[in-house]
Design a protein around this ligand. Structure first.
Ligand SMILES: [Zn+2]
Length: 936
């Protein structure tokens, strides 16, 4: 809260009294003491009665980098005051940039904490970073109302508050930055969760929560993004205005208290006079989503059938009895305005002119996939290619067509060639989001085909090269002043994908720029957006160590956290056995923070050699790794994922099974099952469509017909696969790869007739596990290790200038002298602080490198206090006491349930039960963005 009064005491101390904290849930209470500086701005007060003071606090020397976020904060406070028709509920709003903060951000009431990365922009920041920051800041500010002023009843309602915060953030970003086309971006983000939710191991959006460990495990992308998607469907159905009217009523009714999911549905139902509860429950309480299969009966009639979509493609009849209410949003060539038909039956016959294009899920706000006949898909493709309907088939619809087609191919519903053919219609596409999807879907394919004979792999690379080369030709390498950021993104994407496919001109240009850049850090040679592509291309196309050394030196030298992540991540693209070994050793060395190890390893799996070595490394060091990181479940999960998650051969499947057969996998059985299921899915895809792809490559001139014999050799692995499915004791052996061959496969590829064999328990595929979480996915989880949930009630000191803490910075020696970190303006600085600013900045970045020193900004005594009282694993007695005191303190508060859970979490820790550590989400995102895909 804001300062109420300050009294100067005789001994030179000051007594500061703060305004009374309003009633709130305990998990939202936060306090912070530190040597920080701030910049501030006020809202106009038009909607808040009087202007609200918004401040951005950051470590000394960095506050000005928060100008962008502060402006966003002011605008969003005004926006939400108007949207909810409720003034901002507190007298002030502080945003604090905290180094080494575990979650991306946390919406503590009036004191939102962020990782520095998630709130500060520097001159090395890419355009994407601006968008991410906007999404995060606005999301957290929406929680000040939706989440804080009205708080969830219990953790099972978390999805609703997170889903809505995500949804609302998109509405506001779209309003503030219409050029960003965020709703199209939303459609691309939803793809990850569509993948994840197409597995039998997925879970409903709404699930019961009985203990703290369930919270971290369940609240994943499904809760956030499927939640947000379903709300978007609801918005489409009711109309956004109606929905917001209902929300306003809900806020008024439950403000300063708790509410659950049904409370909201009932309020919306009253306001909108629609059966909201039934619609929402069908989507939130059922795992998975439907695919609509369109059958053309004649030239004017189609039949639509909905059934559960599984990426393994092996749905059983008894799994397919659920009916979702599906908003069809059907557009046709005659009437491109989508018709809002709600499908509430298994099948539906519609009148549609099938000689011209038609499209379902227009605008892509529905959470489902559509399987068209090849003729209908072709008509849509031709329409796109001709450009006549670019106004009608907007970015989101083009992304939808592509991603649906790709998903149906991977699930074996249609042959891979149909996707490759569809790609040809996109040659003249200009939108960066559509191209980003094309690149990802191609990478999925390449990942599976990577170990195929060289001519085939080269032919697929040629497809990729031709697609992306043209864009580079058109856009060049330079970033003109004032250019649309979307064009800049597209340029970087095209250079990366044409370069990684080995285009000689692009490789040569990347190498030329690399030399200039490394000679004297000439940043004009490599603009920020191109740093990753250029480093990657250079490392991939060399076997000498010179470039590797140069990038490593750059990693050690740069102060920019963004640049550091890039340098560390690209090391895994090293092309020789020596580089791979060095990357492995370096990742595990003291030089790399624990939180960054995974970034260094993520990219290793992109090459056949890297995958193999990572797998060897894991096997050799398993016991040590497992022991050392046992308490960090996510680390172990990711390590397994990176080591085995990209395999797509029978041999590797067996190796993995054999290796883990006699290991204790109790902490990682889920990820293991997921990975094995992923390998199985890829093997099946390959077996099914290997021939289909080769035929397509030849027919389309990417593969010479003479290499046929060479390709024939690869058939041997099919024999190996079939050999596993043998009969034993009159029964089929339990066989992990078996599946029924569905009729749709007839006529293409190899047929596997393993009907009736047992199936292994399914799991999510590797890519699904990898799907990026929203910025603050686990921010409000009461993990025993997260500071926000274990903080006791206390005051928050608004005035860091009263704390003279500089000596803390000086306790750390500094070895580097490259001060190329500049800033552009001065902010609130005080005397000696300014003098030492550069030195402190420098120290600050050094601190960032040193893991577990995240309390650097804290007053020594405050740090000791926290250590003594609240560091759970160390002071268990104290902990119990704190928990008990806390319980008493807040029994009367509405957030008492949170408190109970928190106490449970503490107790769990004291009893030695390890709760999964909240991983640095921002780091995860970075890792996923940079190295999360496979490549060739
Ligand atoms: Zn949130």
């Amino acid at each position: 809260m804001s300062v109420d009064s300050t009294v100067n005491l005789e001994d030179g101390m000051q007594e500061v009294t703060f305004l009374k904290t309003p009633i709130m849930a305990t998990y939202l209470l936060a306090w912070m003491i530190g040597d920080l500086e701030y910049i501030e701005a006020y809202t106009t007060g038009d909607f808040s009665g009087e202007p609200v003071c918004c401040r951005l606090y950051a470590p000394i020397g960095l506050a000005t980098h928060g100008r962008y976020s502060l402006d966003l904060a002011v605008k969003s406070v005004e926006y939400f005051s108007r949207l909810f028709d409720i003034p901002y509920p507190l007298p002030k709003l502080d945003l604090v940039a905290v180094p080494d903060f575990s979650p991306g951000a946390m919406e503590n009431w009036g004191l939102i904490t962020f990782r520095t990365h998630a709130v500060l922009l520097d001159e090395h920041s890419t355009n994407d970073r601006q968008r991410e920051i906007a999404a995060t800041v606005i999301h957290e500010i929406s929680h000040q109302w939706f989440g804080n002023l009205v708080t969830m009843d219990w953790w099972s309602d978390l999805w609703l508050f997170e889903g809505f915060a995500t949804h609302l953030a998109y509405i506001v970003v779209d309003e503030l930055f219409p050029a960003w086309d965020v709703w199209s971006e939303f459609v691309t983000r939803v793809q990850h969760v569509l993948k994840q939710d197409a597995l039998r191991t997925s879970h409903p959006v709404e699930v019961g929560v009985a203990n703290p460990s369930e919270i971290t495990q369940i609240f994943d992308e499904v809760s956030y993004m499927k939640g947000a998607s379903v709300l978007r469907m609801l918005s489409g159905w009711l109309g956004e205005d109606q929905l917001l009217k209902g929300i306003r009523k809900f806020m008024m009714r439950y403000m300063w208290g708790n509410a659950n999911t049904d409370d909201l549905w009932m309020t919306l139902a009253e306001e909108c006079e629609a059966d909201v509860p039934e619609f929402m429950r069908r989507w939130t309480r059922q795992t998975g989503y439907p695919v609509l299969t369109i059958t053309e009966i004649d030239e004017s009639t189609i039949m639509v059938r909905q059934s559960l979509f599984l990426s393994t493609g092996d749905i059983r009849e008894d799994e397919d009895d659920f009916i979702w209410p599906v908003p069809l949003a059907l557009a046709t060539a005659e009437d491109p305005t989508p018709k809002n038909i709600m499908m509430t039956t298994k099948e539906l016959v519609l009148k549609v002119d099938t000689t011209r294009w038609y499209k379902f899920n227009m605008g892509q706000s529905g959470f489902y996939r559509v399987s068209y006949s090849s003729r209908a898909l072709d008509l849509l493709g031709q329409t796109l290619k001709s450009g006549e309907e670019t106004e009608t088939l907007k970015t989101a619809d083009r992304v939808g067509l592509l991603t649906d087609a790709a998903a149906l191919v991977a699930a074996g519903v249609s042959p891979t060639s149909s996707f490759l053919t569809l790609l040809k219609y996109f040659e003249d596409e200009e939108n960066n989001l559509v191209w980003a999807e094309i690149s990802l879907r191609l990478q999925d394919l390449v990942a599976v085909w990577l170990e195929q004979p060289t001519p085939v792999v080269n032919a697929i690379k040629e497809v990729q090269r031709r697609l992306f080369k043209n864009i580079v030709k058109r856009l060049g390498w330079t970033y003109p002043e004032g250019e649309d950021p979307a064009i800049g993104n597209l340029r970087a994407l095209a250079i990366r994908f044409a370069g990684r496919a080995g285009d000689p001109e692009i490789v040569a240009e990347a190498r030329r720029r690399f030399v200039i850049f490394m000679a004297n850090r000439d940043t004009s040679a490599i603009p920020p957006d191109l740093l990753f592509p250029v480093f990657e291309i250079v490392l991939k196309t060399t076997t000498g160590l010179e470039e590797y050394e140069a990038i490593l030196a750059f990693y050690r030298e740069t102060y920019s956290p963004g640049e550091k992540v890039v340098a560390l991540t690209v090391l895994g693209y090293g092309n020789s056995p020596e580089m791979i070994q060095r990357t492995l050793a370096f990742a595990m060395s003291e030089e790399v923070r624990n939180a960054d190890i995974l970034s260094a390893l993520a990219t290793l799996r992109s090459s056949v050699m890297g995958r193999a070595e990572l797998w060897n490394f894991m096997r050799q060091h398993w016991d040590i790794l497992y022991e050392r990181h046992f308490d960090d479940l996510r680390f172990v999960e990711y390590f397994i994922l990176f080591s085995i998650g990209m395999f797509s051969s029978v041999e590797k499947y067996q190796e993995v099974q054999d290796f883990f057969a006699n290991k204790d996998t109790s902490q990682c059985d889920r990820i293991l099952a997921n990975c094995l299921e992923g390998i199985r899915t890829r093997i099946l895809w390959l077996e099914r469509d290997r021939e289909d792809v080769e035929v397509w490559l030849k027919t389309n001139g990417y593969l010479a017909t003479t290499s046929l014999e060479e390709i024939g050799k690869s058939e041997s692995s099919v024999g190996g696969m079939m050999a596993i499915a043998t009969e034993e004791d009159g029964q089929y052996v339990h066989h992990p790869f078996s599946r029924r061959t569905s009729p749709v496969h007839a006529g293409h590829g190899l047929q596997l007739s393993l009907a009736g064999l047992g199936r292994s328990p399914s799991g999510s595929s590797v890519d699904d596990v990898l799907s990026p979480a929203t910025n603050d996915t686990r921010h409000s989880v009461p993990s025993a290790t997260s500071s926000c949930s274990s903080s006791p009630p206390a005051v928050y000191l608004d005035h860091p200038e009263h704390q003279n803490l500089n000596h803390l910075y000086h306790t750390h020696e500094h070895q580097h002298h490259h001060h190329h970190y500049h800033h552009h303006e001065h902010s609130q600085e005080h005397g000696h602080q300014r003098q030492h600013r550069e030195y402190l900045q420098h120290s600050f970045y050094q601190q960032q490198e040193q893991h577990s020193r995240s309390q650097i900004y804290l007053n020594e005594s405050a740090a000791r206090l926290i250590d003594e009282r609240f560091q759970l694993s160390q002071q268990q007695e104290q902990l119990h006491k704190s928990g008990a005191v806390l319980s008493e303190t807040v029994t009367a508060a509405p957030g008492v349930v949170m408190n109970e859970l928190m106490t449970m979490s503490m107790a769990a820790t004291t009893m030695g039960v390890t709760s999964p550590q909240v991983m640095t989400l921002e780091g995860e995102l970075e890792m996923l963005r940079l190295g999360g895909e496979d490549d060739c």
